[in-house]
Each structure stands twice: as structure tokens, then as C-alpha cells.
Design a protein around this ligand. Structure first.
Ligand SMILES: [Zn+2]
Ligand SMILES: [Zn+2]
Length: 389
């Protein structure tokens, strides 16, 4: 089959590789019909996350058609059209029982690579370094899906591929961020980032009862989407002298009730903190540029909630004093998609949520390296590039 492989920093190629086979009775083999880029892929494409090996197939957000099932798969059959959660869950372990699916204890065979950094290992994810399980990714003709009954979700007729593919990761991640904010109705939520996850977090905040959503980014096309497709108020941080002051003014001096960081470790910014991070990251002294996270913590009202959806490694200049003294609640996770996909599928079916706004650019699998280039440089208003093998 054909697959998009990582060969080094900024070196992606489409290669001919071996087809996947059923390895475990709970596996299914999927013919991929659509997959999409993700901002978190850029961290290892740019070389900020190690533990990739030359030839690794990348891609973790995808959907397709079941073409083969292992003998213990009971809920799925050949021909089913499904979307697959990016994090792989077993549905048997203590964490899966608590619905903390991305923390599954059984799906990361390379746990020993994560423990020195995290203390305990997370679950596995497709195409996302050996520390996260070393699973073959989904920018490919076929992919093996472990514990298929738990990780595949049937896509009903009337939901398009361009809508369904984002239920793999971008939509549930954004929704989880809004869910973490414990909204009761009437709140103001600020979201740093108007990429796929950021836009879905903004939309989800409205679905869960926020009265106002304020979106922050620096790309005019993204801010436009946040305004027109989501109904958010927007701030271009490159045009704002002082983002914290702007947010204070917009919220009557009290600050937002909840702040969501949908940017992560490769944040851009304008201030001295950003320049400091940039130099340290370039020198590999520390892995993260945490401008968005710092702002979210400082901007949040006293007693509010900060949800972190952006990916981080090791962060310094972390404003622990603000977090502690203001009594903030910090909520984070890689997405627990299996907990959210069924209700999100209903929102999409009913027309209350349209993730297809993210599919701004279409490519064949053969053109995937070009798709990533466009996505990375955010050329031509690219939010997400989608690939159809
Ligand atoms: Zn992703
Ligand atoms: Zn589990």
C-alpha cells in the first residue's frame, strides 16, 4: 500500500510499504477514505518531539471502511463506514472504566519510553512517535485499528466524510476543553487559537452554554471563520498592545470565566516572554514556547478554569503563583474521544455543529507532503488539509 512516511525533520515522503494485517482478535483493518493533518504533527515534523524513526507512517485523525475484522470483533462488519478515535483505548482497564480513554493502561506497549518524562504512560495513538506506542499512522491506504469495537464509530447517512473525519480528534478535543470549563450558562470563555481544535472549542463552548466566546489568533482568515462560522468575538493579538488589558476591558474588569489554550508548545507572540522562549527552544534548552498558556493563566478571572488542549513537553516560566493565588482550576488531557463521539455525532446529524468548515484544502494521498507544507505555513487560509487515498 501507499503511506505518508516521516524520514527526518521536514522530510515527509509517500512510500510503498507493507499492508497491515490482523494481529489481535480485537483488530479491524480499515480502508482509509479520509485523513487529516493536525497541529500536533508539526511538533515532530519540526523536530521538537523526538522518538520518531525513519519510515514511520504518520497521521492520527481518520475515517474509512471496515474491510476485515478479527474473530472477537462483534459490533462491526465488513463495509461499515466508521470514524476512529485518535487515541486507542482498550475499554477494559481501570482508566477506560473511568472514561479517561486517552490514559488507557493497555494500549501503549512503549510505556517505558514515557515514564521517565511523565511518571506514568498514556495510552497509544496512531502515527505519533514511539513514545506513544509506535502505531502505524493513518495517512495510508489501510490501517490496523486495535480494539475496533471500542475505537470505531459508525457514521450515519447524512453525515459527510468532511464532517465525520474531524470527530476522530479535532472536534472531541475542542469539546472536551469546553466540557472542562464546567459551564452552567452565561459565562465568557476565551480561546487561544483558531485552528481546528480552537474553532471547535469555541463552537462547543456555545453548545454547552457560554454566553460569549472570545477567540484569539493572528491570521485574519482564521479570525474571520471564528466570527462568521462560530459567532465568536475576536482579537488579533498582533494588533493588540496588551492582550490582558484588552480582555479585562472586554469583560467589565473581571476577566473571563474560563480560558482554553488551543495553541500549545509552538506558540507565537510578541512580548519579551515569547522572545525568551524562542531562543531557548532554538538552543534546545527547553522544549516549549508557552506564551498562550501563560496568558491564559494571567487573563483568567479569580476562581476560574483554564483548560489546556495544546500539546506540551517541558515548560519554564510557568506562572504557578497566579494559578495558586487566584484559585484557578487547571484541567488538561489528551482527548478522551470515546466519551464524546456519540453525542457529537448527534450534534452533527442535527445540523448544530458542522466540522466540515475545517476542511479548507483537499489533496490526494500522493500529494500529502504538499498538503503538510501548506498546512504548516498556513498558506491560502489553510485550516486543515484532508487527504483522500
Ligand atoms: Zn490531532
Ligand atoms: Zn484501557
Amino acid at each position: 500500500m501507499r503511506a505518508l512516511c516521516w524520514h527526518g525533520v521536514n522530510d515527509l515522503r509517500v512510500d510503498t510499504v507493507e499492508d497491515p494485517t490482523i494481529l489481535n482478535p480485537h483488530d479491524a483493518i480499515l480502508r482509509v477514505t479520509m485523513s487529516t493533518t493536525c497541529g500536533s504533527d508539526l511538533h515532530f515534523i519540526n523536530g521538537y518531539i523526538p522518538m520518531m524513526r525513519s519510515g514511520d507512517i504518520i497521521g492520527h485523525e481518520f475515517m474509512g471502511e471496515i474491510i476485515e475484522t478479527g474473530p472477537q470483533v462483534t459490533k462491526l462488519k465488513k463495509g461499515d463506514r466508521v470514524v476512529v478515535s485518535s487515541f486507542i483505548a482498550c475499554n477494559k482497564c481501570w482508566y477506560c472504566e473511568q472514561k479517561l480513554y486517552s490514559l488507557c493502561d493497555n494500549t501503549n506497549p512503549n510505556w517505558a519510553m514515557q515514564e521517565p518524562l511523565f511518571g506514568y504512560a498514556t495510552g497509544g495513538i496512531y502515527g505519533y512517535t514511539h513514545a506513544f506506542g509506535g502505531y502505524a499512522g493513518a495517512h495510508a491506504t489501510y490501517v490496523r485499528v486495535p480494539f475496533a469495537d471500542t475505537n470505531c464509530f459508525i457514521v450515519p447517512e447524512g453525515v459527510s466524510d468532511e464532517q465525520a473525519v474531524f470527530l476522530s480528534d479535532a472536534v472531541p478535543t475542542g469539546y472536551m476543553g469546553a466540557d472542562f470549563c464546567n459551564l452552567r450558562g452565561g459565562e465568557t470563555v476565551v480561546v487561544w487559537g483558531c485552528g481546528g481544535v480552537g474553532l471547535m472549542a469555541q463552537k462547543s463552548a456555545f453548545l454547552l452554554g457560554a454566553e460569549r466566546v472570545i477567540a484569539i489568533d493572528r491570521f485574519p482568515e482564521r479570525l474571520e471563520l471564528a466570527r462568521t462560522k462560530v459567532g465568536a468575538e475576536t482579537i488579533d493579538y498582533e494588533k493588540s498592545d496588551d492582550i490582558l488589558e484588552t480582555l479585562k476591558e472586554m469583560t467589565g474588569g473581571r476577566g473571563p470565566d474560563a480560558c482554553i489554550d488551543a495553541v500549545g508548545m509552538e506558540a507565537h507572540g510578541t512580548g519579551i516572554g515569547y522572545k525568551y522562549d524562542r531562543v531557548k527552544q532554538a538552543l534546545h534548552l527547553v522544549s516549549d514556547r508557552a506564551q498562550a498558556l501563560r496568558e491564559a493563566i494571567l487573563a483568567c478571572r479569580k476562581g476560574g478554569t483554564v483548560a489546556v488542549l495544546g500539546v506540551y513537553g517541558i515548560t519554564d516560566k510557568f506562572p504557578m503563583g497566579a494559578l495558586m493565588n487566584k484559585g484557578l482550576t487547571l484541567r488538561t488531557a489528551q482527548q478522551h474521544g470515546q466519551a464524546y463521539v456519540p453525542r457529537l455525532m448527534e450534534h452533527v446529524s442535527r445540523g448544530e455543529l458542522d466540522p466540515s468548515i475545517l476542511a479548507t484544502h483537499h489533496f490526494s494521498l500522493e500529494a500529502a507532503p504538499r498538503g503538510y507544507e501548506m498546512f504548516k505555513k498556513k498558506k491560502d487560509g489553510c485550516i486543515r488539509a484532508v487527504f483522500a487515498p
